[in-house]
Design a protein around this ligand. Structure first.
Ligand code: GLY
Length: 425
C-alpha cells in the first residue's frame, strides 16, 4: 500500500520536474495574510506573488511553486467527529503567478501557466497514481463573471463526457479570497469516489475590501488537494481517520481503549494533531483569537480523554504525532514545550471540568424544553465556568440531544443581558 511519505515525494517531484520551485509549508500563523487568524490554504504565503507586490523570479527563480501546506480551519471545530471534518489538515498545491507563457502541458520551463497546464497536470498526476476521476465541476457563470468555457473544453479534450463535467455557480465553483481581500477566481474541482479531492483555482480577480472585483495583472493558478482525502482514496479506507496520516496515534489509542466510541476517537485524533501543530508554531492557549481556538480544542480534547481515563496518556499521544511528522516539520521536535503547554492548560481546566460535569448531571434532566436547557447551560457557564462547547458535547453524550438554535438563542439573550448589567455596574 502506498504511504503518505511516498505521496509527499511523488507530488513534489512531479511538479519540480515541471519547473516548480518546492517551497516549504509556512507557519500556521500567517505572515503574508495578516487579515486572517490562522493559515487555511496553501496560497496564503504566496498572496503577494499573485499581486506582484513580490517578484517570484527574484525569490524562487521561476513563476511556479509547489508546496505541502499545514492548514487549520476553525469553521469546522464543531463538526469534527463525523466522517470527514478536520481542523488541522495538509494541502498539496501547485501555483503559477504569470505572465502566462505557452500554457502547454509539455512546457516544463519556468514561465507562468494557466488552465490547460493546470488541468492536464492534475489529470496526469492522479492517473500516475491509478486513480479514476468520477467527475469534475466547472464554474457555470454568475454575477457578471462568465462561464468557464475554457476549462469545460479542456476536460472535453481529456475525453470527459458532458455529463461528467458538472456546472455549478459561485457557491461551489468560485474560491477566495482568504480574509477581507485578495486574489480569487473560478475553480474546477475533481471528484474521486464522490469526494472532492482537488480544487484548481484560476485567480483572475482581486477582491477589494468593499467587495469589488478587479482583474489581476496576470492570471494565476492556485490549486489545493486535501492530503487526508487523497490518502483516503489511495488507501481505500472507510474515512480519512484510518489513513496512515493518523498513525501511529490511532493504533496507540485503540490499544488502550479498543471499544472507544468512533466519534470520540475522531475528535481525539483530530484535536491532538491540531493542538500539537498549533503549539509547535508558537500559539498559546488564551481567551483571544488564535489562542482561543487552541483553548477550545484543548478543552474539548480533555473532555474526551477524561471520559476514557486517558488524560495521563497525553504525552505519549503527542509523541505519536511527533514521530509521524518530525521529519517534515522539525519544529515538532520541541515536544517538551508542546507537552508543557498542554499540561498547563489541562491543569487549569481540571477543576472546572470536574465541577462542571457534576453540576451538568445534577442540573440537566433531559426532559426540559429547549429554552430551559439554554437557560441552564447559561447558568452552568456563568456560575461554574463550563464552556458552551463542552456543554454541547455533554448534551449529546449524556442525554442524546443535539444543541438547537432555540438553546443558542436563549443562551445568547441571557448572555447579552448579563453583559449589559455587568457593564452598568
Ligand atoms: N486555495 C484552494 C483551496 O483552498 O481549495
Amino acid at each position: 500500500m502506498i504511504t503518505s511519505e511516498e505521496i509527499r515525494k511523488e507530488f513534489l517531484n512531479f511538479f519540480e520536474k515541471r519547473g516548480h520551485k518546492i517551497v516549504e509549508s509556512s507557519s500556521l500563523i500567517p505572515e503574508d495574510d495578516p487579515s486572517v487568524l490562522i493559515t487555511t490554504a496553501g496560497m496564503q504565503q504566496f498572496k503577494k506573488y499573485f499581486t506582484r507586490e513580490k517578484d517570484p523570479i527574484k525569490d524562487f527563480g521561476t513563476q511556479r511553486t509547489a508546496s505541502i501546506q499545514k492548514c487549520f480551519r476553525t469553521t469546522d471545530i464543531e463538526e469534527v467527529g463525523d466522517e470527514r471534518h478536520l481542523t488541522f489538515f495538509e494541502m498539496l498545491g501547485n501555483f503559477s503567478f504569470g505572465p502566462v507563457g505557452s500554457d502547454n502541458p509539455q512546457d516544463f520551463s519556468t514561465s507562468g501557466y494557466f488552465k490547460k497546464s493546470a488541468i492536464y497536470w492534475a489529470y496526469e498526476f492522479l492517473k500516475s497514481l491509478n486513480l479514476n476521476i468520477d467527475y469534475v465541476s466547472v464554474f457555470k457563470g454568475e454575477d457578471n463573471i462568465p462561464f468557464d468555457e475554457e476549462s469545460f473544453n479542456i476536460w472535453k479534450e481529456l475525453n470527459f463526457s458532458e455529463e461528467k463535467i458538472k456546472k455549478f455557480g459561485k457557491e461551489d465553483n468560485f474560491w477566495g479570497p482568504t480574509g477581507e481581500e485578495g486574489p480569487c477566481g473560478p475553480t474546477t474541482e475533481i471528484y474521486i469516489d464522490r469526494i472532492e479531492v482537488w480544487n484548481l483555482v484560476f485567480n483572475e480577480y482581486y477582491k477589494t475590501k468593499d467587495g469589488k472585483l478587479t482583474k489581476l495583472k496576470y492570471p494565476g493558478v492556485d490549486t489545493g488537494m486535501g492530503f487526508e482525502r487523497l490518502m483516503k482514496v489511495l488507501q481505500k479506507t472507510e474515512t480519512v481517520f484510518e489513513t496512515d496520516l493518523f498513525e501511529p496515534l490511532r493504533t496507540r489509542i485503540l490499544e488502550i481503549v479498543p471499544n472507544i466510541e468512533i466519534r470520540d476517537l475522531r475528535i481525539i485524533l483530530d484535536h491532538i494533531r491540531g493542538a500539537t501543530f498549533l503549539i509547535a508554531d508558537g500559539i498559546y492557549p488564551s481567551n483571544l483569537e488564535r489562542g482561543y481556538v487552541l483553548r477550545r480544542i484543548l478543552r474539548r480534547l480533555m473532555l474526551k480523554l477524561n471520559k476514557y481515563n486517558l488524560v495521563k496518556d497525553i504525552e505519549n499521544f503527542v509523541k505519536s504525532v511527533v514521530e509521524k511528522f518530525e521529519q517534515i516539520y522539525p519544529n515538532l521536535r520541541n515536544y517538551d514545550k508542546i507537552n508543557k503547554v498542554i499540561k498547563k492548560e489541562f491543569d487549569g481546566f481540571h477543576n472546572i471540568l470536574k465541577k462542571g460535569l457534576t453540576m451538568f448531571e445534577k442540573y440537566i434532566k433531559g426532559n426540559e424544553e429547549d429554552r430551559e436547557i439554554g437557560e441552564k447551560l447559561f447558568i452552568l457557564f456563568t456560575s461554574f465556568g463550563l464552556p458552551l462547547d463542552i456543554s454541547k458535547e455533554l448534551l449529546r453524550e449524556k442525554i442524546g440531544k443535539e444543541f438547537t438554535e432555540t438553546m443558542q438563542e436563549t443562551f445568547d439573550l441571557l448572555f447579552e443581558n448579563h453583559r449589559k448589567i455587568s457593564k452598568s455596574l
